[in-house]
Design a protein around this ligand. Structure first.
Ligand code: CA
Ligand code: CA
Length: 306
């Protein structure tokens, strides 16, 4: 089955923030493409695909380390990118070869945009626990913080020494055992986004510094909308309005995009016409990649929209 058709993943599990014992291995066992629609909406699928397309420079539907480092203008630290590709969260064959599939990117992006769900906490915990002993040690935390400090020095931003940062983080997480942060400590903590961003996403770390740390806490009286859903809504809106078009996968436009092309059917002849990715309409993005794999994805997108 094509990995792009994320039906391999049960989205119920992917988005289930109540189950705490999720692993990628178990996700890979699932084969239910229908149930996924209940959770993994067309909009979500579309947003993830556009994000993936943007960094997959050769459009072979696999991204390497350097591609992923471009995500969100290099927001994720290099050390963390290396950890993701080290097999910490997936040891699939393509990951062993240094390539991340769309399926693995789905997991990455959701973890990146919703750092408070149990699944995401597991994802980042695995990445940060370099020696795999189930504890985030001071050494491991400092290892990641060093790169943040280095970046802040370059940008001329005033920063906390590690000792102050760690006091703040321990105060935030309140681990059961002194100076040893375990997975269960983080799952109990309500502000894991702040914890993780502090160590590997400078942009979000600085943004967090600017706002009330408790603004992210859920109001118990309002229905819970995950950070992921909020992110997907905003991004979908941005992507579909960036060119003033909101009819991206309308059948007529879709066909015209192809009819205008030379008819030799090669990917190169179509993609080389494309200007800067940033000015492409979303429909052009979708239509510009024409190999078989992407046809599967396009069909899937259209099917979901109908
Ligand atoms: Ca690629
Ligand atoms: Ca460790």
């Amino acid at each position: 089955m094509h990995p792009l058709l994320v039906g391999k993943i049960s989205a119920q599990k992917l988005f289930d923030t109540s189950s705490g014992s999720l692993t990628l291995d178990r996700l890979e066992e699932e084969e239910d493409i229908n149930r996924i629609h209940d959770y993994f909406s067309y909009e979500h699928f579309y947003v993830i695909y556009c994000k993936f397309w943007d960094i997959d420079s050769d459009h072979d539907l696999l991204i390497n380390r350097d591609d992923l480092a471009k995500h969100n203008n290099g927001a994720i630290s290099n050390k963390m990118i290396d950890r993701i590709f080290s097999g910490a969260v997936s040891n699939s064959q393509n990951m062993k070869e240094g390539k991340m599939s769309y399926y693995e990117f789905v997991w990455f992006l959701i973890s990146e945009e919703d750092k408070c769900s149990p699944t995401s906490i597991e994802y980042w915990f695995r990445c940060m626990d370099i020696d795999g002993d189930g504890i985030l040690s001071m050494f491991e935390l400092e290892y990641f913080y060093q790169e943040q400090v280095h970046k802040m020095e370059i940008y001329g931003i005033e920063y906390m020494p590690f000792e102050d940062c760690i006091c703040q983080m321990l105060d935030l997480v309140k681990p059961e055992e002194e100076n040893k942060i375990r997975l269960k400590d983080l799952k109990r903590c309500k502000l894991t986004n702040i914890f993780f961003d502090t160590f590997f996403n400078l942009e979000k770390y600085l943004a967090n510094e600017q706002k009330d740390p408790f603004s992210n806490l859920k109001d118990p009286d309002t229905p819970e909308v995950s950070d992921w859903v909020k992110y997907a809504e905003v991004e979908y809106d941005n992507l579909t309005h960036e060119d003033g078009a909101n009819d991206d996968l309308d059948d007529e436009n879709y066909d015209e995009d192809f009819e205008d092309d030379d008819d030799d059917g090669t990917e190169e002849s179509k993609t080389k016409k494309l200007p800067n990715n940033n000015v492409l309409s979303s429909s052009q993005r979708i239509a510009s990649v024409t190999n078989n794999k992407t046809d599967d994805l396009e069909n899937e997108l259209k099917r979901w929209k109908d």
